[in-house]
Design a protein around this ligand. Sequence first.
Ligand code: ZN
Length: 369
Amino acid sequence: MTATEDRARLVIDLAARTEFSFVSMSEPDRLAVDVRAGTFSVPQPSADSDSGSLVTSYVIEQVAGDRVRTTLSLAGPAQVQQAYVLDAFNDQPARLVVDIIPADAEIFAANVERDRLVSDAAAAKIAESTPAGGSELPIGSRPLVVIDPGHGGIDSGAEAPNGVREKDIVLAFSLRLQELLVESGRFDVALTRESDVYLRLEERVAMARTNKADLFIAIHADSFQQPEIRGASVYTRDENATDVLDKVLADTENKSDVIAGFSMPQMAPEVVDILLDLMRREMRVQSFLAAQAIVHQLEPSVALRRFPVRQADFFVLQAPDIPSVLVELGFLSNASDIANLTRSEWRDRTAEAIARGISSYFDSLEKPE
Ligand code: ZN
C-alpha cells in the first residue's frame, strides 16, 4: 500500500488470477476490495503512507469461505481509478493493482448507495452460490497498454557527457505517459518496471504476452556514433528478420503454445507455421499503424528524424501476438536532444503527443475503413 494526499495504490499478491470487486461504504468513509480467495496472509506493515494521505489505514479479513476483504479507511470520498490483474511472471506472483483517487462527495455517495442495493440483493438470495457482492468493474473491457521503460538497474543504457542516464530519462517519461493514458479513462496501463531495476528482454516481452496486452510500447533514448543525428523516431520490427524471430521462438517456447486458442491438439507443424506467419504478418501491420499514428501526433510538436517510422530488429518487439513499437525519444549523443530530454516541459508535450497517437491508433481499430 502506498498513499499520498492525491492517490493511493494497493497491490495484492495473488496465488492465481482471480475475481475481485469493490464496495464503497460511508460513516466512516471506506472502500473495500474483495478478492475471491480461500486464505490470505498479512503483508509486512508498510511505512509508505504519509499522514494526511488518502488512505489512513487498512484491515484485511476473511469475510466468507471464498472471500478476502481489504477495507481501506479513507480520509475523504474516494473512488477506484483503475484496477487490473497482472499474471505471474518469473518469480513475481500474480497481483491485483488498484489505484484510488479522491472523488466528489456526490459520486462517492452514489457509489455507496449502489453498493448497498447490490449487497441487499445479494443477501436476499444468500442461499444461492452468489459471487462476491459489490460493484463489478468492467474487467478486460479496456485495452491494456504495456509501457516498457528501457534498461534499468545495472544496465544504465546510453549516457550523456553530462552524466544523464537513459534508464532514468525513460522511466520518468514512461511514468508520465502512464499517467496521461490512465487519465484518459480509456486504458489499463502497466509498466514493465516502475523503479530502477534490471529486467531481461525476455521478461519484458513475457509480461506483455502473459497479460495479453493490446499494445506494447518500449521507450528508449539511445546514443549514436554520429552526434549530429537527433530527433524522435518510432520503430517496428524488421520485416526481413524472420530467421531471428524463428530462432528465438523455437528456443524460448513451444510453437503451438504461441497460437493457443487457434491450434488443434493434433495440428501438423506446417499448419502451425502458417498460422504463426499469418499472425505475425497481422501484428506487423498493426504495429506499423500504431507507429504511424504516434508519429503523426509527434510531428507538429517534436523534432523528428528523417523517415521517423523506421524498422529494425529489436528483440523486445518480437511478440507475434501483440502490436509492438519502440519509441526513440531522441539521442543522448546529441546536445539539443539532451537538453530536450531533461526538460519537464518537453517531456510533458512529447508524452501528450504519444498518448494522443495511441488513442488515435485504438480509434482506428474501432472504426475500420
Ligand atoms: Zn535504449
